[in-house]
Design a protein around this ligand. Structure first.
Ligand code: GDP
Length: 450
């Protein structure tokens, strides 16, 4: 059981050798504990937001551990909203570890992952969306992911969700007022309420589709390479990654399992998958590989369908087109360095779409392919906020479902109940309705010291 009155401590910088390391201390006794180990101006006497030069000693034997800079942040104007001390000591793990050990001996407790940020949420310094944004900001691998996290951090998304919540609260008021009417006078207000609910439901629906299309900003876009054996899937996979990751041979069926690697193309984190491909199978292992290809295809945000320029199309190319017909695709004709024997004319499913011509062997057309991929996932730059978190999309969906149900209802009491369910779902996004399980799930993803 976590005690929130404890004073917590942790090393906030990553392990390893570095210029400096920072140890954080937060809680009611942060300043008094710091007093015991700091030789310099007494932290309990220091004003907030000041930095002091001094020495850290082990109070047990007066041994000097390091010369440091100690920063004081007094509540409520600190990251956690509590009294906080940050000690910047010399880098390297040994010094920081020793200081942390002394802090623990002097009454601090080792912080849990994300506990500093969790305290910030619990003391009302930020809402959950903002806490999640901090996690995303720390993990951001592209500029757009950073921007998306930052917009959440400054509270733009929270504001948008709050606005929808306010609209719903108005409708709830309307519904509750209508309860005062006689039964036979209720028909008109119910129609009006249904119309108002439809408007909010549509708005939430637009957020959900925006979220679906922006989810890849946070998680990476899943791009799956398919094609019949030997068309050059592994070669293209390697070219896009700019390294020899997958085995390339002239023996068909070499890739029997799927390989997944991360890379950044344009400004998008791409999870690129080289699959066993699509073909008629003989062996059990091969068959399993093909089943896995279909699983990946189902989850794919986009598909690269590869065809071999040097051979006439076969039944297996048709199987490929059939398998990807519902997907967002880029069509690639590979091996253009060889004499052309391929034609798309009799293949259904291409419908005059652009085909990118490549030679993986000579690295031709790969830049064009990268550009086409980058374009697929370009986020709209004018967006003020992004919805990239699965948890947020799921909560929006729950709110939407409640509003759909409410519109089918003619009992004002049930309508009011459904509106409340929708409001609770929205509240879960920002943490207005706090569920301990959700909180724990979120903060478990943080590192210690954040
Ligand atoms: P996969 O089975 O679809 O993954 O195909 P691979 O990438 O393993 O390639 C199969 C064979 O085609 C290998 O011998 C590659 O060297 C060759 N290959 C791949 N791309 C090209 C290309 O653009 N031009 C030529 N001439 N050969 C290629």
């Amino acid at each position: 059981m976590i005690n929130w009155n404890d004073t917590i401590a942790a090393i906030a910088t990553p392990p390893g050798i570095g210029g400096i390391a920072v140890i954080r201390l937060s809680g009611n006794s942060a300043l008094t504990i710091a007093d015991k180990i700091f030789v310099g101006k007494r932290p309990t006497q220091c004003p907030t937001h000041t930095i002091h030069y001094g020495k850290i000693i082990n109070p047990k034997n007066q041994m000097i551990i390091d010369t440091v800079l100690l920063s004081v942040f007094r509540k409520p104007k600190s990251y956690t909203g509590e009294d906080m001390v940050e000690i910047s000591c010399h880098g390297g793990t040994f010094v920081a570890d020793t200081i942390l050990k002394i802090l623990l001996e002097q009454g601090a407790r080792l912080a849990q992952p994300g506990e500093f940020t969790k305290r910030a949420v619990l003391s009302g310094k930020m809402d959950i969306v903002q806490a999640e944004a901090i996690l995303d900001l720390v993990n951001a691998k592209t500029e757009t992911a950073r921007r998306s996290a930052l917009s959440q951090l400054v509270g733009t998304l929270s504001k948008v969700i709050e606005e929808i919540g306010n609209e719903l609260k108005d409708i709830l008021c309307l519904t509750e007022n209508a309860l005062e009417f006689e039964e036979n006078e209720r028909i008109n207000p119910i129609k009006k309420i249904h119309r108002a609910l439809k408007k909010v439901e549509n708005k939430i629906g637009r957020f959900i589709s925006k979220g679906e299309s922006e989810r890849f900003l946070r998680e990476g876009a899943l791009v799956v390479i398919v094609g019949k054996p030997n068309v050059g899937k592994s070669s293209i996979f390697n070219c896009l990654l700019e390294r020899e990751r997958a085995l390339v041979t002239e023996i068909p069926g070499t890739t029997r399992d799927s390989l997944e690697e991360r890379t950044i193309i344009g400004d998008t984190l791409i999870r690129l998958v080289d699959t066993a491909g699509i073909r008629q199978t003989k062996g059990k292992v091969e068959a399993l590989g093909v089943v896995k290809t279909y699983d990946y295809l189902k989850a794919a945000d986009s598909v690269l369908a590869i065809f071999d320029n040097s051979k006439p199309p076969t039944y297996e190319d048709k199987m490929v087109l059939e398998a990807i017909k519902e997907k967002r695709c880029l069509f690639v004709l590979n091996k253009i360095d060889l004499k052309s024997k391929f034609s798309f004319t009799n293949l259904p499913g291409i419908n005059g779409q652009k085909v990118i011509r490549t030679s993986a062997r000579y690295n031709q057309g790969i830049n064009e392919l990268k550009k086409a991929l980058a374009k697929l996932f370009q986020a709209k730059n004018d967006s003020e906020y992004f919805i990239t978190n699965r948890r947020h999309i799921e909560a929006l969906r729950q709110a939407q479902n409640a509003l759909v149900r409410a519109q089918k209802e003619n009992y004002l009491e049930t309508i009011a109940l459904e509106i409340r369910i929708a409001l609770d779902a929205l509240g879960e996004i920002t943490g207005k309705v706090t569920n301990e399980e959700i909180l724990n799930q979120i903060f478990a993803q943080f590192c210690i010291g954040k």
